[in-house]
Design a protein around this ligand. Structure first.
Ligand code: LLP
Length: 463
């Protein structure tokens, strides 16, 4: 690592390679606030700082690769969602995006609730003091043990995902003399504008109970008959990384239609409606996400309007943003190990992590941006591909990017917007050790999830 510029190498392609390259950015040293955590800046030496700590210090103290998470930004975004929805609605942070005990404490302090989808997430939430009645428990195949733990802990709601689960949860609750608050997750037939693998409300998929063909209405019928269940509402989640609100509009219309049918058939007005998460963030400068207050206004208006026309009392709304809260608050800090120019193609920049700390590029063809953060450079933009250290050619972190042509081993580069679904989907592929999550705040850094060690790996391998 060095603050000084390296000599320029012969790796400037005149013709742009195939891919998503547009014109090179006017200033490679600029950090677009859309994609970087809010306290990110460059100091007088051109070194990037976040939360008042510079990346050279972070790399020295914590090593690389590392996820660097800006606590102030996380709290700001969580609070913005809470404030936008107000006292008459609930915001459940989706823990699958990234969960740790520090995050649970921040959420608790900022007045958010928590959505968990496994026994492990539930255990993390409870161990960090999230009150059980502020937890929603999701999943399409919760085990009996998981359901028992959730019911025993007194979670605020279990989101039922199948006919079998309706019976299972009712039975477990009843065996304990309890009445469990539940919602039924329905699929509304909306195809959200997103990658196929992360779209969830079209019908040909594993989540939820279809509205089509009367299945959801039948699920409601059964749930209302069971003593162990208190049916409080209907849940819909239409996908991920969505910018266009029209999918929510159709979803709300259809869910309210079901509420109306339930009122007509059973004389019951269910008091809650959950519209899930899925709101998009900026991974690159081309993305234009909406602010929480715009989303809250749009969703509240849609539900209110639909309920008025169905002559229903407007139910209490809840939402489950994960990515939109944590995604932009972190970046992954890597050290450049090798720089390999391929004539007429592009330069492959290998870093000390890869698909084990960010599988999203390989899995979803996700786009990211990247910047040199340990110094500034006035070298020409070089078409580059940031790749990891894994034994697989699909091990790509940033597919198409520009980096300065004088990039050299030892430089630190960072990939912004990796707060969501990177650490939480990290693996040990090739027995690479999962990076730590380092929180920065007001000039201090601290590890909240430590780096894995070889001892950790060997402890699981019991011979
Ligand atoms: N609620 C439910 C019921 C969900 O299934 C999800 C995400 C969320 C809320 C939160 O969605 P968010 O606001 O974070 O988009 N691994 C994929 C995303 C999978 C999302 C699964 N469910 C990715 O990296 O893009």
């Amino acid at each position: 690592m060095s603050r000084s510029a390296h000599p320029a190498g012969p790796r400037h392609a005149d013709v742009l390679p195939e891919g998503h390259y547009s014109a090179p950015p006017a200033d490679l040293n600029a950090l677009d606030p859309k994609v970087w955590a809010r306290t990110v800046a460059r100091d007088d030496d051109g070194v990037v700082t976040v939360g008042g700590v510079d990346v050279l210090t972070l790399a020295e103290q914590h090593g690389t690769p590392a996820y660097i998470l800006d606590e102030a930004d996380f709290r700001d975004r969580a609070r913005a969602w809470r404030t936008a929805f107000g006292a008459d609605a609930d915001v459940f942070y989706a823990g699958k995006a990234f969960l740790s005990r520090a995050v649970v404490r921040w959420l608790h302090e900022e007045g958010l609730n928590l959505d968990v989808c496994s026994g492990g997430e539930l255990a993390t939430a409870l161990s960090a003091g999230m009150p059980a009645d502020r937890i929603a428990f999701h999943g399409n195949n919760k085990s009996t043990v998981e359901i028992e733990r959730a019911v025993d802990a007194g979670v605020g709601r279990i989101v039922l995902d199948s006919f079998q689960e309706i019976v299972r949860v009712a039975h477990i609750a009843q065996s304990r003399g309890k009445r469990q608050r539940v919602q039924i997750r329905v699929t509304v037939g909306v195809e959200a504008h997103t990658h196929e693998f992360i779209a969830t409300a079209h019908e040909d998929q594993k989540f939820g109970i279809p509205l089509a063909g009367g299945q959801a209405a039948e699920a409601v019928r059964r749930a209302l008959q069971l003593d162990g269940l208190e049916l409080i509402g209907i849940h819909s989640h239409i996908g991920s990384q969505i910018f266009d609100m029209s999918g929510f509009e159709v979803a709300a219309h259809r869910v309210v239609g079901l509420l109306k049918d339930i009122r007509d058939e059973h004389g019951v007005e269910l008091p809650e409606i959950d519209l899930g998460g899925g709101l998009g963030i900026a991974y690159t400068s081309d993305d234009d996400p909406r602010e929480p207050h715009e989303i809250a206004k749009a969703l509240t208006e849609i539900v209110t309007r639909e309920c008025e026309s169905a002559r229903l009392r407007t139910p209490r709304i809840s939402v489950e943003p994960g990515r939109a809260i944590v995604g932009p608050t972190a970046f992954t800090l890597y050290e450049v190990g090798t720089v390999k120019p391929l004539d007429g193609l592009r330069t492959y920049v290998s870093v000390d992590g890869g698909m084990s700390d960010n599988i999203r590029t390989a899995l979803y063809d996700a786009e990211y941006s990247v910047a040199l953060v340990s110094r500034v450079s006035d070298a020409a933009p070089m078409p580059a591909r940031v790749v990891g250290k894994h034994c697989e050619s699909g091990d790509i972190v940033v597919k198409d990017a520009f980096l300065p042509a004088d990039l050299a081993p030892g430089d630190l580069i960072a990939v912004p917007a990796t707060g969501a679904y990177c650490r939480s989907m990290a693996s040990n592929y090739n027995h690479v050790l999962r990076p730590p999550v380092v929180v920065v705040h007001e000039g201090e850094s601290r590890v909240v999830v430590r780096r894995e060690t070889e001892e950790d790996l060997l402890r699981l391998d019991v011979g």
